[in-house]
Design a protein around this ligand. Structure first.
Ligand code: UD1
Length: 417
């Protein structure tokens, strides 16, 4: 199986323009089947998940192309509304196509995503809220057969948790529903603001994105447009933690500093410094990182669950103790057993990980359990003494474009073989 060989201890320094956002691109790709005509998405990251999303669109009958990080999707001939079970298994976030299909065809057939590497990903909130808009959803084994016998109708939907995926599905379907929809306790993630902004440019009437209450005045139809996917805030943080474990410095371009605000204080507590000026973020790491007390993962603008593993890896060789409470997904600490193989001292009790900083990690053979857990193992390996072998890179490839190439350009010694 392919893997990365990483020689630790080389200081990372330099400048990088961060890739387009995976979590930003996927809902826009889903939206492209809802809108009529052609959608052109620039700065689309070249990832396995992007390729799967384009295959799903082809399955609906859309014409797609993808060159130089630009995806072009023509939905004119789309006439199918099913996603095969195997595709749903490969990319669980494909549930976001549900709202787009319902908006376009008034029908959809997908499978429930089920369990995955980071724990169960239930879709009860998606189903409940789409039902509130007039969808009839029948569960037939693992398949969901959805239809809207009387069309989509606006409604007030109060989410019991500000689910990112459920908010995205609601935005997509409600944009073309009859009448007004209000989403109470909507997710406030930057990716929601990005999707709402894109849909508005296609003709939707959405207000309140980024706040807890969203209002959508349904319109008859939407027309495709051109947009650039935002820079990936999670990838930016990953590269900062990679730099931090080597005591390096980094200039990061192409990502909105405001989207990183929830991370600034935790980075500072660990002894790092961030400056931002004229669209550039400068990141400085100390000689020795400090334990940073406690952090809890929360919906935005809280500390993101997607950066939890990166921070744990960064703090393994810090001076002091750190504690991370994972509140979003129940099974997101699988990578910790692998970090402990590298000499880390981390204990997990339920949703809490306690990291006792050690002097230095040592190289080891480790296996990625999931996307962010896998990239965190590379972070740890970059700061460790000696050589590490990180396998399971297919997970890392789902979220990072040319991960080893970017790290090598900053001075890391990493090879894929
Ligand atoms: C989550 C993250 C998002 C991240 C994405 C990719 C949060 C709040 N969401 O989004 O920032 O970009 O993963 O890693 O941090 N839930 C239900 N029922 C549902 C839907 C969700 O119980 O129908 C629960 C989940 O089990 C989980 C929580 O809500 O505990 C977060 O879910 P949600 O925001 O929907 O997850 P994603 O959309 O995957």
């Amino acid at each position: 199986m392919g893997g990365f060989t990483v020689e630790g201890g080389h200081r990372l320094e330099g400048c990088l323009t961060v890739q387009g956002s995976k979590n930003g691109a996927l809902p826009l790709l889903a939206a492209s089947v809802l809108v009529s005509g052609t959608t052109c998405l620039r700065n689309c990251p070249d990832l396995t998940d992007t390729r799967y999303a384009l295959l799903i669109l082809n399955g609906f009958g859309c014409k797609t192309s993808f060159h130089n990080n630009t995806a072009v999707i023509d939905s004119t001939a789309a006439d199918r509304f099913c996603i095969a079970d195997e595709t749903m298994r490969e990319m669980r976030s494909s549930i976001v196509f549900l709202g787009a299909l319902l908006g376009r065809f008034g029908r959809a057939e997908v499978s429930a995503p089920g369990g995955c590497e980071i724990g169960l990903r239930p879709i009860d909130l998606h189903i409940e809220s789409l039902r509130a808009l007039g969808c009839v959803i029948e569960e037939d084994g693992s398949r969901l057969r959805c239809s809207c016998p009387n069309g989509l109708r606006g409604a007030t939907v109060a989410l019991s948790f500000p689910s990112v995926g459920a908010t995205e599905n609601l935005l997509l379907a409600a944009s073309v529903a009859k009448g007004r929809t209000r989403i109470i306790n909507a997710a406030r993630e930057p990716e929601i603001v990005e999707l709402a902004g894109f849909l508005n440019r296609c003709g939707a009437r959405i207000s309140g994105a980024g706040e807890g209450i969203l209002e959508i005045e349904g319109v008859a139809s939407l027309t495709g447009c051109e947009a650039a996917v935002s820079g990936d805030r999670i990838a930016a943080v990953t590269y900062m933690t990679c730099c931090a474990v080597t005591g390096g410095r980094l200039t990061v371009r192409g990502v909105d500093y405001n989207s990183l605000m929830p991370l600034v204080a935790p980075f500072e507590k660990a002894g790092c410094r961030l400056e931002h000026e004229r669209g550039e973020i400068r990141f400085f790491a100390p000689q020795r990182l400090k334990g940073f007390g406690m952090v809890r993962t929360m919906p935005y603008p809280g500390f993101p669950t997607d950066s939890q593993a990166a921070f744990a890896a960064m703090l393994c060789a810090s001076d002091g103790t750190s504690m991370i409470v994972e509140n979003i997904f129940e099974s997101r600490f699988k990578y910790i057993a692998q970090l402990n193989k590298m000499g880390a001292d981390i204990r997990v009790e339920g949703r809490i990980a306690v990291i006792q900083g050690v002097e230095r990690l040592h190289g080891a053979a480790v296996e990625s359990p999931d996307l962010r857990g896998g990239s965190a193992l590379v972070t740890a390996a970059l700061g460790a003494q000696g050589v590490s072998r990180v396998t399971g890179v297919q997970y890392i490839d789902r979220g990072y474009e040319n991960f080893e190439g970017v790290l090598s350009s900053l001075g890391a010694v990493i090879e894929r073989k």
